[in-house]
Design a protein around this ligand. Sequence first.
Ligand code: ADP
Ligand code: MG
Length: 577
Amino acid sequence: MPIHELSKEIASKIAAGEVVERPASVVKELIENSIDAGAKEVNIRIEQAGRRLIEVGDDGTGIPAKEMQIAVRRYATSKITSMEDLDNISSLGFRGEALASIAAVSHFSLESKTRDENNGMQLLVDGGVEVSFLPAGMKQGTQIKVENLFYNVPARQKFLKKDPTERQLITELVTRYALFYSAIRFHLTQEGRSIFMSFGNENRREILSKLYDIDAAKNYLEIDFQDTYAKIYGFTSPLNMTFSNRKQIFCFINGRLVSDATLTAAIIRAYHGFLMVGRFPSTILFIEIAPSEIDVNVHPTKDEVRFRDSGHVFGVIHSAVRRTLSTFMPLPDFQMPTWNSSSLPERVIDPGWEFSRTENHHEPALLVQRNDPLQEDESPSIAKVPILRLIGQLGRTYIAAEGPDGLYLIDQHAAHERILFERIQNLPQQGTISQFLLSPATLMIPARLNEEFYRQKDILEKIGFGFEEFGPDTFRITAIPAVLQKMDPGVAVLSALEPEDHQEGLIEGEKDKQTILKICKRAAIKGGQVLTIQEQEQLIRDLENCISPRTCPHGRPTMIHISVDLLERQFGRLGSR
Ligand code: ADP
Ligand code: MG
């Protein structure tokens, strides 16, 4: 169909709003156009996070010379003529707005040549005004150059995040499209560096291994589900691979990358009972559904869709993912045990505690115990945890201990996080920071964490990691903080790079702390993990040595105190005056 302007009536029915919010939205629109044009190869070149330059070139059908000037007009499209076409749409674009919107806010160049034409043409537009339209030598396809984005709308520039964040959004977007459109070769370079490349060989696991790491990619479970309503396929993470936020969950519906709360909720629900609170799966879901079941015209950037029956969608997706999990996975052993006696680990009481523990401790610890020690906040030089006698582990998650003033329930994960956190933070002062690895671990930095790695490398080195370059975006980990020597070095580094949900507002000085925090969270003993008596004892002793033993580094309590007084009241031994 030739490019034509949509009638006013149809144009007015198209979801209005801004298409171009940031560099990544430009990249998205241009990639979608290349896909619609049947490209087999899409090359994306970015400079200064897309502010300076976004260039997208493809080997698709090209635009006939006589249609190029129309293409940059608003509501000019070759993809629909009537609203009914939307019910059966097979292209990604239909609004005819992207090129016009982009050309209006940049120095814009469109070069294109179709198969039947002898030479191509180049159309230059500055801030929406045509500058020139001249012949240009080129191969079949389309090459779009967007320079100095938002140069004429300074207000829009202010809403952009810092360069690394904008770059990351672009990388994420390109890799996701490459994953779905696995028959197309994508190549992304940022500041002249090749960030991501796919080979168009439909090998999705190979692409996954660039997004995550090779092992992770191997371990993803394959979803493959079909009923009369939908075909659902893709990948989902095994139970031992979790993330701190839901950003690694994304869906393509009929080839569109969409963010949809219902879909995400259905996926997370499928993991219910399998993952610890605050941990999320990574799921890449491809959904094929009759076009009449969804409305794609609800959002200007087309990244939302409306389902005719969202309850049904929820159900289908939930069961597709859940079924995958139960087919592939044995029942996990870190599910929270229920409180029936058979699932409780054996309770351990050490009768000799009064002699063995109290002797080793010096007076100041006791000073604090007059009142409720957890309410105390005196000089940090005074131990803030009383001497504790181990009672044992509860529900594989808490450690029960007796103190001079009642019962203490310690959250083993939170407590261990605190211990590790203080040790790593104090490392530079303590001297022996690094444990050199006899056989260095090789770490390929996955594309989606590339940016973050270069941002955090210094911090990681400061706390004791050692890196040696070993190829493009590949490093050898030569040393690891001694405190973490039991941890897999690759996992330790990657856990520091994983974005946290509420990290955005973080002030610069806290970056170090945030890095340490994330590693500790991953390194710490988990809830649900059975500990030996020695390990429980060690944990209590290490906690006693902390400067702030009562809270985990996130500020949550590491322990709950139930005073003798309270116990006596509860049992009715003490009157309520
Ligand atoms: P839409 O994609 O919604 O139709 P756009 O503004 O993105 O609107 O593009 C306008 C028209 O320009 C498209 O309908 C298509 O015909 C043509 N076009 C844009 N980009 C390309 C491309 N890379 N290859 C071939 N044709 C293109
Ligand atoms: Mg388009």
